[in-house]
Structures are given as structure tokens and as C-alpha cells.
Write a protein that binds this ligand. Structure first.
Ligand SMILES: [Zn+2]
Length: 196
């Protein structure tokens, strides 16, 4: 990551508030201006959704927010694959149900893939530690924090994947005809295997 001095030297002046924007975000804005120069707009949402709905061939991949796991690279996602991604801490289903339900309404995906990975933060930072940290940030919310789940993975990846598949299968918001697939991604080898 370039330091602030380098970023400032390559970024286009944005506004008088530019100095308040952190260096990495300035870099993102600079890269975006390059990106936009050769950008071609995709089909409109309604056109895309109608094609997706009719085919039922869409795939939604639920995975972790971990930056080491880039679903575009891991799965070779591009325009030829009718796939979209949902990411959250751990790639946990309980945290993704609302989004999965909405995407199902819009694009009628035939398949949902739950992909968890080795060396996940949710295996290292369990709910007790997260609750303690959050209570430090918002002590007035202690009771609500204590009563919440934060998605720890206490056992194996295979177990957490199966747990989430069962949760999606049991959810009345996910169509019973949706094919549910579980996968395990190994951050050491880059290998993706089907769990269930
Ligand atoms: Zn993770």
C-alpha cells in the first residue's frame, strides 16, 4: 500500500474536503477514474432480472468477507457465469437470509452455494470475545449484545457449512426448490471442495 505522500501525488484533486479522505480511499477514487474511462454499461436491472428469472440458472455464492478469499478469482466469475455474491463475516447464513431472500425475489437463482474457508476469522474470534469487545464499544447495549449470535465457527469448516445449509433448508424464505450446495475453500492451497 502506497503511503499518503505517494497517493496524494497521483490522485486528482477532489474537493476542499479531499484532505479528510483516508489515503487508501483516495487511491480507490483514483483507480476508479481510470476504470470509468473504458467502462461499458451493463444491461439495466429489469432486463437482467427478467433474463435471470426466466432461466432460473443463477447462482448465489455466500462466502466470507476475508480479503484473502476473492470469489471472482477463486471461482473464475465473469460475465459468462450468471453468478452473484453475498459476503459477511464467516459467510454465515443467519446473517445473509435477508439478502438471499431479496435476491431470490429479483433474480430467481436456482442454486445457493455456501462457501466457508480454512483459517477463517470466525474460527479464531469466537462470540465471547466479540461480545466482550462490542460491550466495550457500546456498554449501553450489553444486554442486546449478550443475547446475539455473531457467527463463531467453533468446530470444523465442514460442520459450519452443514449447519448453514440446514438453516437455509429450514428457512421459509428460501424456496424449497433451490439447490443448496456446501463448499470448503482452503486458503493454503486455493482448492475448493464440495462438502455437501
Ligand atoms: Zn473468513
Amino acid at each position: 500500500m502506497p503511503d499518503d505522500t505517494n497517493v496524494l501525488s497521483i490522485v486528482t484533486p477532489l474537493s476542499e474536503n479531499a484532505s479528510m479522505i483516508p489515503g487508501p480511499v483516495k487511491e480507490m477514487l483514483a483507480r476508479n477514474s481510470t476504470f470509468a474511462q473504458t467502462y461499458h454499461a451493463p444491461p439495466g436491472l429489469m432486463q437482467m432480472a427478467s433474463t435471470m428469472r426466466a432461466s432460473g440458472a443463477g447462482v448465489v455464492v455466500l462466502s466470507c468477507s476475508d480479503p484473502r478469499l476473492n470469489p471472482y478469482q477463486v471461482l473464475g466469475l465473469d460475465q459468462t457465469l450468471k453468478a452473484t455474491r453475498v459476503r459477511n463475516a464467516g459467510g454465515r447464513a443467519f446473517d445473509a437470509i435477508r439478502t438471499l431472500a431479496v435476491l431470490q425475489t429479483i433474480g430467481n437463482p436456482g442454486t445457493i452455494v455456501v462457501m466457508h474457508h480454512t483459517d477463517c476469522g470466525m474460527m479464531h474470534f469466537h462470540d465471547a470475545a466479540i461480545k466482550k469487545a462490542l460491550t466495550g464499544i457500546a456498554p449501553e447495549e450489553k444486554q442486546a449484545i449478550e443475547g446475539s449470535a455473531f457467527g463463531e465457527i467453533a468446530g470444523s469448516i465442514e460442520e459450519s457449512v452443514k449447519e448453514d445449509l440446514a438453516l437455509l433448508k429450514a428457512s421459509p424464505l428460501i424456496k424449497s426448490t433451490t439447490q443448496l450446495l456446501g463448499m470448503r475453500y482452503d486458503t493454503e492451497t486455493g482448492v475448493l471442495t464440495v462438502v455437501d
